[in-house]
Ligand binder design. Structure first.
Ligand code: PMT
Length: 223
């Protein structure tokens, strides 16, 4: 009989960007394609998990055999995460969530002004932080997309977000980060150990992440 690492587990994965509305024709967003998060969703399903994929707007097809929840804004993603969190065994936050949104979203297209203009922004909710506060028995895995001081920022996120593991990528490195089919990640764990992975396909990175999570799950169940 085939052995599956996540049999019987419910895994919630967030993926893709969020869109923060300025007016009916404009928004603030980022370069996330969803490839990393969708690869993790696919791998989790292959390993026997029930998968809930909470996704911002992306151009790639969702894996079959999973529950897809489509969202637009950081606020939508927050609500979708909170709704399923209590039923989850594992939450993996791959999405590139906007940290700021326009303070006012206009109902009509904003007309050009003479000269420049300013857009007032306000903070969105930090979903990872909020889930870290609510955490009971769940394993909470965050990502860190950095362009510098990767090691320092990843370690900081591990603690301040109360996560069990942080998957860090230097999004400036060739073949890593947004949009590519490959990634270069380092995994930071609560026991202080780190796992540095070489350049590999996002599918293989997903395989490694799921392996590490299965090992953490085993430790948790021993306690
Ligand atoms: O989608 P791809 O094109 O395949 O690209 C993959 C990726 C680069 C998007 C992915 O590998 C990645 O790094 N995802 C995290 C992106 C990000 O927003 O990182 P961050 O360091 O800003 O955020 C840290 C963590 O907090 C993330 O788990 C993020 O989901 C979470 N977060 C951030 C802001 C916010 N308001 N709420 C959050 O939960």
């Amino acid at each position: 009989k085939e052995f599956k690492l996540l049999k019987g587990k419910t895994v919630v994965i967030t993926a893709g960007p969020t869109r923060e509305k300025i007016d009916p024709v404009r928004f603030i967003s980022n370069h996330s394609s969803g490839k990393m998060g969708y690869s993790i969703a696919e791998e989790a399903r292959k390993q026997g998990a029930r998968v809930v994929l909470i996704s911002g707007p992306v151009q790639i097809p969702a894996p079959t055999g999973i529950d897809l929840v489509k969202v637009e804004s950081a606020e939508d993603m927050y609500n979708a995460c909170i709704e399923v969190f209590d039923k989850a065994d594992i939450v993996i936050k791959t999405a590139a969530v906007a940290d700021y949104r326009p303070k006012f979203a206009y109902n009509e297209k904003v007309k050009k002004q003479p000269g420049g203009t300013t857009l007032e922004l306000e903070r969105t909710k930090d979903i990872l932080f909020e889930l870290g506060q609510r955490k009971k028995n769940q394993l909470l895995i965050g990502f860190a997309a950095e362009t510098n001081n990767v090691d320092e920022y990843a370690r900081k996120k591990l603690l301040t977000k109360n996560a069990n593991m942080i998957v860090a990528n230097n999004v400036k490195a060739e073949g890593a980060g947004f949009g590519t089919d490959t990634n270069i990640v380092t995994l930071y764990k609560r026991d202080g150990s780190i796992v540095e992975l070489p350049l590999m396909s996002k599918a293989d990175v997903a395989g490694k992440i799921i392996e590490e999570i299965a090992a953490l799950l085993k430790d948790l169940e021993k306690k």
